[in-house]
Design a protein around this ligand. Structure first.
Ligand code: FMN
Length: 163
């Protein structure tokens, strides 16, 4: 069964809400397996080996994606270079949240995914921190966009048509 792996970082829960929405969207596509992994928690990197798509999410911290996400992406580059993992040809997408700097943090992720040879199949979602509590921290329209991102990626790996 085609597998979509979502890897994200989140320090105060906002990007986590987005990651959960991506999973929800992907799960609406029958015949897709999804795996959600948070950077900082233990998981084998080999989980990405048999992934058909990888979706990466990050908050913006001090004008960049988090150092944990940067390190994670750099590790993937090293692993690919030593042929321990092949990401080239897999599908992917990016999402992220920010407070005030605009949505360019997802461009950083997309650049790194492209360098790894990952084919971007969905427009990235970049959401402003609404400063509220619980679900309100990310606007419901942005969460809907995340669900859509998940659905597009899952359809891309199952060969179903989007739209
Ligand atoms: C220490 C710290 C640094 C931050 N730096 C930035 C920044 O440089 N630019 C920006 O737009 N938002 C910045 N933010 C806001 C976060 O990107 C925003 O609150 C985001 O939604 C947090 O995501 P998370 O809850 O998944 O950690 C910063 C937040 C913190 C706590």
């Amino acid at each position: 069964m085609p597998k979509v792996v979502i890897v994200y970082d989140s320090k105060t829960g906002n990007t986590e809400l987005m990651a959960n929405a991506v999973v929800e969207g992907a799960n609406t596509v029958k015949g897709t397996k999804t795996e959600l992994r948070k950077i900082g928690e233990k998981f084998p990197i080999s989980t990405l080996k048999d992934a058909d798509a990888i979706v990466i999410g990050s908050p913006t911290l001090y004008g960049n994606i988090t150092s944990d996400v940067q390190e994670f992406l750099a590790n993937l580059g090293n692993l690919q270079q030593s042929k321990r993992i092949i990401l080239k040809g897999k599908k992917g997408a990016a999402f992220g949240s920010y407070g005030w700097d605009g949505g360019w943090n997802t461009e950083r992720i997309e650049d790194e995914l492209k360098k790894l040879g990952v084919q971007l199949v969905a427009p990235s979602v970049s959401a402003a921190d609404q400063g509220g509590v619980m679900q309100m921290k990310i606007h419901k329209d942005d969460l809907a966009k995340c669900r859509e991102l998940g659905t597009i990626v899952a359809k891309a790996v199952t060969g179903k048509k989007s739209g």
